[in-house]
Design a protein around this ligand. Structure first.
Ligand code: U2F
Length: 448
């Protein structure tokens, strides 16, 4: 790379889609600021997964400790690995940053961290540099973390169950959100280590130079306007799906030629994100629903879960179904054959569905899933939550019927098309996301 004008340390929360979402933002920034060096600090496992053979002129990955014992074998408990990692912070990042400074020969002039790593604020203060926090979820979940204390005082000690249907009317833009939609760690499961980290994050973010979101203002205008009164700068710069210049992900399993053979808007695409697999009984119920409905399907399902599908299901549906262990999701959702997306309602998946106008059937599991699902069903009206929140044969069939063949489904398609149009405008020239990105570039440009 050319002479380094300034040096930015990027710190990731190395789990689920967090590192790749942050790398997407960094790649965009690095392309627009070729003399700025971005040192990307994450665990070796996460760096291997997202960089795998890819090299960038001004982005350099550095491995930081995950503090897992030598030879650790994943037990299936994500909390265990998250807890170990959090214990190693911020020391592991400080060490990584020192190494990066020595190698680059330039001091770090700005910290860009996943918002989960709220200690970034103190580190930045101590170094006298700006702190830019990247919030990987939507505006709605960010608002929940900013308002955690007022929510807790409203619910009091009576807990989630007694207040399940109470709505958050006192938070701008959140009148449809119920207490039962809240992520764990807001009014219950307070003992989870991540609950404490997220509470601290909500208290620290108002001190950040800027909070950057992979979203766009027009999707949640009231919430964003309110967040702007709480935070110094709120920069929605997405959807990244529509701004990315990255080469398409390879279609190793041949999903796209398979989709080419199907009618427009006929296929159900099924995926539950990067860490979740529904319980065996729900996988079986979903398969039964798919089989009985006759709907063509493309299912991204990890190999180790396939044995939970009903016996003979794969063979019986082989002419209209395809199961892969990983799908090039963006290209799949962009394909005209895909009519619905059955999802856990992770933020990236929801925003990607909106970017390509594919209505959703939501089966939320944890974290922000319930909030996103509520927004999909009751605020944006671009999909439904499965009956009673769990995948059953009859409930899933009803939802598919509604979205694919019913007037209400057509209306949802219109609604999601409108949201898609607004997203396209937001990233276009003079759009809100484009302008916010320019502001972010200015902040980056002023770091030295
Ligand atoms: C956690 O979410 P996940 O990482 O499990 O789910 P998403 O935010 O929806 O992101 C999944 C990403 O993986 C991609 C897909 C999304 O970008 O395109 N993908 C793919 O390319 N191919 C596949 O076969 C399957 C997925 C958490 F569960 C959520 O609650 C949070 O919203 C999220 C962000 O914090 O992190």
């Amino acid at each position: 790379m050319a002479t380094i004008s300034s040096h930015i340390a990027v710190m990731t929360f190395p789990f689920s889609s967090h590192p790749s979402a942050l790398l997407n933002l960094v790649r965009r920034l690095a392309a627009s600021a070729p003399t700025v060096r971005f040192s990307f600090l994450s665990t070796a496992k996460s760096n291997q997964a997202i960089f795998s053979g890819k090299q960038y002129d001004n982005i350099k990955p550095y491995d930081v400790s995950d503090s897992l014992p030598e030879g650790y074998v994943f037990t299936g408990n994500v909390h265990e690995t998250v807890e170990a990692f959090m214990k190693a912070t911020p020391g592991n990042f400080k060490e990584g940053m020192r190494e990066a400074e020595v190698e680059a020969g330039v001091k770090v002039g700005c910290l860009l961290t996943d918002a989960f790593l709220a200690f970034g604020g103190e580190m930045a203060d101590a170094m006298g540099v700006p702190w830019i926090a990247f919030w990987i979820g939507g505006p709605c979940s960010l608002s929940i973390h900013i308002y955690t204390d007022p929510i807790r005082s409203t619910v009091g000690d009576t807990g989630m169950a007694q207040n399940a249907e109470q709505t958050l009317k006192f938070i701008p833009g959140m009148s449809k959100i119920q207490i039962s939609d809240l992520p764990e760690g807001i009014v219950d499961h307070l003992e989870m280590p991540i609950a404490h980290a997220l509470h601290v994050m909500g208290l620290k973010l108002p001190g950040a130079t800027a909070v950057v979101l992979n979203s766009y203002e027009e999707i949640d205008f009231t919430i964003i306007t309110d967040l702007k009164t709480k935070l110094k700068k709120v920069l929605s710069v997405g959807p990244s799906t529509l701004t990315s210049s990255s080469p398409s992900e390879p279609d190793k399993s041949g999903c796209l030629p398979w989709l080419d053979k199907h009618k427009a808007a006929s296929v159900a695409y099924i995926s539950f994100g990067t860490i979740l697999v529904p319980p065996p009984s729900e996988l079986a119920a979903l398969a039964e629903a798919i089989e009985a409905s006759g709907v063509p399907y493309l299912w991204s399902l990890p190999d180790h879960s396939r044995h939970h599908l009903p016996q003979g299901f794969v063979e019986r549906t082989s002419t209209r179904g395809m199961i892969v262990s990983w799908a090039p999701q963006l290209q799949v959702l962009a394909h005209t054959s895909v009519g619905i997306h059955i999802t856990h309602s992770g933020w990236n998946s929801v925003l990607e569905s909106i970017s390509y106008a594919v209505p959703m059937i939501c089966r939320p599991f944890f974290a922000d899933n319930m909030l996103n699902c509520r927004m999909v069903e009751d605020v944006w009206e671009i999909g439904v939550r499965v009956e009673d929140g769990v995948l059953t044969k009859s409930g899933t069939m009803k939802a598919m019927e509604l979205l694919l063949f019913n007037e209400k489904g057509k209306k949802m398609k219109e609604n999601i098309r409108l949201l898609q149009e607004r997203a396209v405008k937001a990233v276009g020239s003079n759009g809100s996301s484009a302008k916010n990105f320019e502001t972010l570039e200015e902040i980056i440009g002023s770091c030295c």
